[in-house]
Design a protein around this ligand. Structure first.
Ligand code: SF4
Ligand code: SF4
Ligand code: SF4
Length: 261
């Protein structure tokens, strides 16, 4: 809030004294000098009333943008294959939608504004709609999203296999999981093409992180939110794929308070 007040109030009469003087706003500064009353030092520095005003406007816009980004947050998103270096991805993606149109599974969608200004309209994976088989079923294992990306925002090493390109990691919220709550569900265990979910000694599903590549089939098929929620407070399916760093953070936090229940 403080910053927006400051940006609204960027008229020259509130500028720091040194800048006002340099821009020739003080009576002393304007007296006896041509070229809009600018002092020689200000002219040498290339500061004019106009450039100063433009600077204020630019700073206001940047601060306003910063405030908006803060207001909307900037969630970590699961990216299509080859977009896992988030900094390089955001810098290169021009939001052209080619990857979205290319995905034969319909799993690539544009991120909504609620996911943050930087994320808005960038591609993310919605595993409720489909899952990523690296285009093995439709294009002989040539990921179409990366193949058609014009800017290499999605960049895969040549010959990359699904096991080499980890999209994210599956994470089971046990409080929302049918098996953990009531037993007898093993849909995700049977579905996983990489044997990355197994039953523990109590017959309950657990993710084997080193085998999971974030394909999303478990999330796609999870029935915990279909029809009725197993748990009233559940806001998502019991198993979801999240960015690898997010899952690692969750597990580290849980380990810090004595591990998972
Ligand atoms: S690799 Fe193929 S299936 Fe996977 S997200 Fe890209 S286009 Fe979709
Ligand atoms: S094809 Fe590439 S540049 Fe275009 S939206 Fe997808 S990731 Fe961004
Ligand atoms: S996302 Fe789910 S189905 Fe895919 S590899 Fe990981 S655990 Fe298996």
């Amino acid at each position: 809030m403080t910053s927006s007040k400051r940006t609204d109030a960027c008229p020259e009469d509130q500028a720091p004294a040194a800048l006002q003087a340099a821009a020739g706003d003080s009576p002393q500064a304007s007296a006896g000098h041509g070229e809009g009353g600018l002092r020689p030092a200000a002219r040498a520095a290339g500061i004019t009333r106009r450039s100063f005003a433009l600077g204020c406007t630019g700073a206001a816009a940047l601060l306003a943008l910063g405030g908006a980004v803060q207001a909307f947050g900037s969630d970590a998103l699961v990216r299509p294959p080859g977009g896992q270096d988030e900094g390089a991805f955001i810098a290169a993606c021009i939001r052209c939608d080619k990857c979205i149109q290319a995905c034969p599974e319909g799993a690539v969608v544009p991120a909504p504004l609620e996911k943050g200004l930087l994320n808005a309209r960038t591609p993310t994976l919605d595993f409720k709609l489909g899952w990523c088989d690296y285009c093995e079923g439709s294009h002989a294992g040539v990921p179409q999203c990366a193949a058609l990306c014009p800017t290499e925002a999605l960049r895969l090493p040549s010959g990359a296999r699904p096991e080499d390109v980890v999209i994210g990691k599956a994470y089971i919220v046990r409080e929302w999981c049918l098996a953990w709550r009531l037993k007898n569900c093993r849909i995700c265990v049977d579905a996983c093409p990489y044997d990355a979910i197994e039953l523990n000694g109590d017959g309950l599903p657990v993710v084997l992180l080193d085998k999971c590549n974030g394909c999303g089939l478990c999330e796609n098929l999870c029935i915990s939110m279909i029809g009725t929620r197993i748990v009233d407070k559940a806001t998502d399916r019991a198993v979801t794929v999240r960015p690898t760093a997010v899952v690692e953070g969750l597990l580290a936090r849980e380990a810090g308070v004595g591990g998972r229940p």
